[in-house]
Design a protein around this ligand. Structure first.
Ligand code: F6R
Length: 244
């Protein structure tokens, strides 16, 4: 638990930077699992600062985003492609060929094979080194909503009503929010070597408390994180405010 989101985010970004630099010294690659939404914005801000001011290079970084709305055009303002460009990719030296974000433009019949290829690509690169996560008020991680199973992989899912309401402001009304998304699964996420779930503010306090105190259940997908040791919850005082 950190005094505020910014201090916590700088710490998370510094740890990512250390791994990138350590791998650079060995001539190796880093595979990052990335999230969108308000939660990781300060982490990306600090990574951009480290690139600009401290020479941190992302030439040896490969990234896989957790999710994308479906359907979604990459050049749409609300796309996760646009989000990632605005907050990170347009400001660093990552090779665009190393960036992977689920494709929201596919014909439905191609999604299954696309998702399998997404999984295979992660595996071929040796798996995800660090996976960043936020948490939705439904307890979703990625877009794994209540009911998602422990063994779920990258796939097309339906979004929960609360998630649609939380996204309404971004889309100018709930009726404009896509009701489906492509998301990495719980199994995809848990396979990462290190998972950092971040949550900021009192609005997340209730779901953080439920996640930490509940038994492991599909009703709160984030509880699956408690089945592995390599998970860390990084909270600010607000998100931790309902904990004992
Ligand atoms: C985003 C994602 C979601 C968000 C979650 C929290 O890629 O996978 O699980 O992390 O909805 O969103 P914010 O950070 O906007 O509160």
């Amino acid at each position: 638990v950190y005094p505020d989101a910014k201090i916590a985010s700088v710490d998370v970004a510094q740890r990512i930077a250390s791994l990138i630099r350590a791998k650079q010294r060995e001539g190796g690659q880093v595979v990052l699992g990335l999230a969108t939404g308000s939660t990781p914005i300060y982490v990306y801000e600090e990574l951009v600062r480290l690139h600009r001011e401290e020479g941190l290079s992302f030439r040896n970084v490969v990234s896989f985003n957790l999710d994308e709305y479906f359907p979604m055009q990459p050049d749409s303002r609300q796309s996760y492609v646009a989000f990632m460009k605005e907050h990170l990719f347009d400001h660093i030296d990552i090779d665009p060929e190393n960036v992977h974000i689920p494709d929201g433009t596919l014909p439905k019949e191609n999604i299954e094979s696309y998702c399998l290829a997404y999984e295979n690509k992660i595996a071929t690169l040796g798996g995800i080194d660090i996976q960043l996560l936020g948490i939705g008020r439904t307890g979703h991680i990625g877009f794994n909503e209540p009911g998602a199973t422990r063994d779920s992989k990258t796939r097309l899912v339906e979004l929960n009503d609360l998630t649609l309401r939380d996204a309404a402001a971004t889309f100018g009304g709930k009726e404009y929010v896509p009701t489906e998304a492509i998301t990495m699964g719980i199994d995809t996420i848990l396979a990462a070597r290190k998972i950092i779930l971040m949550a900021w503010g009192k609005g997340k306090a209730e779901i953080v408390k439920k996640t930490l105190e509940s038994e492991i259940t599909e009703e709160i997908p984030a509880t699956f994180l408690k089945t592995t040791e390599h998970v860390e919850f990084v909270l600010d005082n607000g998100a931790a405010s309902s904990l004992p």
